[in-house]
Unconditional design. Structure first.
Length: 278
């Protein structure tokens, strides 16, 4: 299915180079996949969210994936652009697609099947189908093991992913999000229900959610929030998570990237929630 999609994209747009040598990857997981496939030497630029492995930090940064500047991208003369599905703004993507350079949008993922599809799509785009299939098979085995472990948990913990505390309120990850996906893969239950995406929760909704654990991205600089400040937020402070001081932090791309490192993220979150057993 993914191969057919990539072939259709190639047929409907500019001709793909047999072996693209100047590739720009837009999106942290796409960059991680390209590196895992052995294509790091072909990369000439990446977006701001592409921060792993550390070696890609030496590449030019063309900006945040959802706020791209077509001029910055095109100035690097790529012969292929591979982007995650949330690349934007739409008008910037339209300019890049119209520039005559092969442009592949890789579907976003929030579950194991999506990760495998993403890997296969990047492998096809980079003319590395065998490498893509091998990596997909390796990840499938690890993800299957994580799902089996999650299904064996007898008392799932309720986990609330807090994206931010905007104006003192809780911005949480609801249904259909990457946050919900990784919580499930680690054997937990998403405590934020009744809404899709990342949205504010009322204090009443936070109290009703009764999370056993709070999950956050490990951020730096101005975006950092001290553990004590999170646990002291009026609604969160009354939850089981705050009373047990269960606040779990993890690198954002590791946690929510849904790429080659997702099995590691699931392992870490499972260990933080359940220790040696669920």
């Amino acid at each position: 299915m993914i191969r057919a999609l990539c072939l259709a994209l190639a047929a409907s747009g500019p001709a793909f180079a047999d072996d693209p040598a100047r590739v720009i990857t837009l999106g942290g997981s796409v960059t991680e996949i390209a590196v895992a496939l052995g294509a790091e030497g072909r990369l000439v630029a990446r977006d701001t969210t592409s921060n792993w492995p550390e070696s890609v930090g030496a590449l030019p940064d063309v900006g945040y994936i959802r706020a791209l500047s077509p001029e910055n991208v095109l100035a690097l003369d790529p012969d292929l652009i591979v982007a995650e599905g949330d690349a934007g703004p739409p008008e910037a993507v339209d300019v890049l697609k119209a520039a005559g350079i092969p442009f592949v949008l890789v579907p976003e993922a929030t579950d194991p099947a999506g990760i495998v599809a993403k890997v296969e799509a990047v492998g096809q785009a980079l003319s590395l189908p065998a490498e893509g299939d091998a990596l997909a098979a390796e990840l499938q085995g690890k993800l299957d093991a994580a799902e089996a472990r999650a299904s064996a948990v007898t008392a799932p913990k309720r986990v609330l992913f807090v994206l931010s505390l905007q104006g003192g309120g809780v911005m949480a990850g609801g249904e259909g999000t990457e946050a919900e996906g990784i919580i499930r893969l680690a054997g937990g239950v998403n405590a934020a229900t009744g809404f899709q995406g990342y949205k504010p929760m009322t204090d009443e909704a936070v109290l009703a959610a009764q999370p056993d654990a709070i999950l956050m991205m490990d951020r730096e600089s101005d975006l950092s929030i001290a553990d004590a400040d999170v646990l002291a937020q009026p609604a969160l402070s009354q939850t089981p998570a705050a009373k047990s001081a269960t606040l779990i932090r993890m690198d954002g791309m590791l946690l929510l990237g849904f790429g080659p490192r997702t099995p590691e993220a699931a392992d870490r979150l499972y260990a933080a929630l359940y220790g040696n057993g669920g």
